[in-house]
Ligand binder design. Structure first.
Ligand SMILES: Nc1ncnc2c1ncn2[C@@H]1O[C@H](COP(=O)(O)OP(=O)(O)O)[C@@H](O)[C@H]1O
Ligand SMILES: [Mg+2]
Length: 211
């Protein structure tokens, strides 16, 4: 679990878009999953299929939770029994298996976020990219999303790279933290290493992290 922290405008979304090949960098090189990016369309598609991205404001389609989750793998030639099994396990991960038939448009913000994460995981990505997954939801829902992420890391062989502007969340979730400021990763390390300065200097020095 790699958590990028940084204030608004520091470049978190841009970094995730570049990592997911949704946007191209104006300079520099990009290496993903051990390979240099660029080159053929086939290479690009192959890489994109090994990753999944959940935007900051996730989308729910006007259909049942179950169908929402199953959506992305319908065209990948996976057997329907296999799809059903994956959907059931993802429904359990959302904590909403009890109302799998409900229309997803009736879900709260936090529930929609959990649904979108489950949908992204259905294609069994090696890397799951999440852009501020808890930015727009209430505190109790934040904990439910965090619990889901911890469960995913424990159960799946998926690397999560996510952004947040919440330092305490980074402390709770991250194996490694990256501090982004003005489009530059200023520090990368374990939470203990990155937050050491904060503990030494008191809370007022949180702002130093971003300077
Ligand atoms: N496609 C783009 N081209 C040039 N600048 C951009 C583009 N997208 C965002 N920016 C700018 O890059 C900076 C970082 O934006 P963003 O990645 O959205 O930050 P964050 O997600 O951390 O709030 C902002 O100043 C924004 O206006
Ligand atoms: Mg952003």
């Amino acid at each position: 679990m790699f958590v990028v922290i940084g204030p608004t405008g520091s470049g978190k979304t841009t970094l995730l878009h570049i990592a997911d090949l949704l946007d191209s960098a104006t300079s520099g090189r990009l290496r993903l999953l051990g390979a240099e990016c660029g080159g053929s369309w086939g290479n690009y598609l192959e890489l994109r299929r090994r990753m999944a991205f959940v935007q900051q404001k996730p989308i729910a389609f006007s259909m049942s939770l179950r169908d929402n989750i199953a959506q992305p793998v319908r065209w990948r030639g996976i057997e329907s029994a296999e799809i059903e099994a994956r959907v059931e396990s993802m429904l359990r991960a959302t904590g909403m298996a009890g109302y799998a038939g409900r229309n997803a448009l009736s879900l709260s913000g936090g529930e929609t976020q959990r649904l979108a994460i489950a949908r992204a995981l259905l294609s069994q990505p090696e890397i799951l990219l999440l852009d501020e997954p808890t930015a727009n939801i209430d505190p109790e829902s934040i904990l439910r999303v965090e619990e889901m992420l911890v469960g995913i890391v424990r159960l799946c062989e998926t690397t999560i790279a996510m952004s947040t502007h919440d330092l305490t969340q980074a402390g709770r979730l991250a194996d490694r933290v990256g501090v982004l400021a003005e489009g530059e990763l200023r520090r990368v390390g374990t939470p203990a290493e990155v937050f050491r300065t904060v503990n030494r200097g008191g809370l007022h020095s949180v702002s130093l992290l971003f300077s």
